[in-house]
Design a protein around this ligand. Sequence first.
Ligand code: HEM
Length: 407
Amino acid sequence: MGFLLVATDFVLGASTVRDYAVIGIVVILTLQVTLITAKVVQVLLATRTPVEPVTIKSTAARRTTFVTPTPPPYPNWSIETTKPLPYRPFKHNYHVTMGIRNLDFDDWIELDNEFPKFHDRKVARLEERGHELVATAPGEARIAALELLDEFRNWLPARYPTLFRKTDVGIDNLATGESFDILALNDPDTKTDPMEIAAKLVQDDLAIMLPGEDGQYYLKAGCIVLAGFWRLKDKLGMPLAEIHTSGDVPQFREKLQTPMERYFVRMKVDKPIARNNYFLQTDEDLGWSAAIGPEDSDTIGWDTAEYATDISKMHFRSERQTLRRLPKSGAIVFTIRTYFVPLTEIAKEPYVPGRLADGMRAWQDDVATYKGKRKYDKLVLDFLDAEHARQLAGGLDPEKEPSVYPM
Ligand code: HEM
């Protein structure tokens, strides 16, 4: 301001061309200084303003006209001869990461000659305790569950034409003789849960996630029958973060929560993903590992589990999970396909015992606690080490180990 007053005095007293030139330069310099100052203030203010939380679009805003590509028939698929894919998704090291990869729509659901075993186990467990293994919230979740069934009605007969037939009202399973009337589910009085039908059509457990008012994704529908270590009734209605923190998933807050939540909000209908995990189970039931507690008990967990003593009972449990957004409802469908093999079987495969033993030794303490390591580690590591030594003595070349994950 003072500078401007001096300048004004100077202007009033100006008389020569030189005086006016000097005044011009002073005015230009003044304007430039003012502009730079304004810019600096603007930048400072911007850095102090708190970052707006991510605005999350509602499900409705995500509706699209996307149509799921019709898959070609699975090459030479047969309910007798097509074996489960031999996923061995462990590495010599272990790091907690999202571990997701892109998925081709043609590979969405994997079925094999264990379909009858999985189906029978599901039917038996649903008869025994269906009320706690399956649930669908009314409204949006039910609409999404019906959309999932409709997707299966189109996709499964195209991919597995020897197992499924699309009918005018639904879908038939040619192996089990089941005939599902999906149209009848639109009747508001029907008692049948669409998620139960969906789960009987595949080997996977199924869950549907929908965004709430707060933008978080909530578990709103599911048919979780063969999960082994967790129960739908404990997690139903929870948002993604609580589903994981309530189970003490290691390093969830530090490593997984932010990327996962972002992923859910941004997930596109045409970009499905998959991930694999693995556990060791000390007993033999595909449906529920009673070692961590009876399925009806209030508390379940490794703390109270017996120490494993019988290697022939140990099982390798690995899930292949997929996530995709449904085009009409915008809901996210989570499929969980379990691969369940006796440990003694997979240990016969080249490189497997050595790599699994290394992987287990690389589990950090929190991961080891989560996976119940101390209840079986001596038994399992002694066994794997001996098998690995046997393979090396038989000429196994560690340099030639394949390294394409999920192996
Ligand atoms: C990008 C998506 C997801 C990632 C990266 C993820 C990650 C994980 C991880 C690392 C674990 C520990 C066991 C393992 O290694 O798999 C876990 C456990 C679990 N996840 Fe997820 N998850 C995802 C999506 C979901 C969804 C959509 C559900 C909905 C039902 C879910 C339900 C669970 C449950 C129930 C457990 C077991 C928790 C317990 O032990 O109580 N996850 N998840």
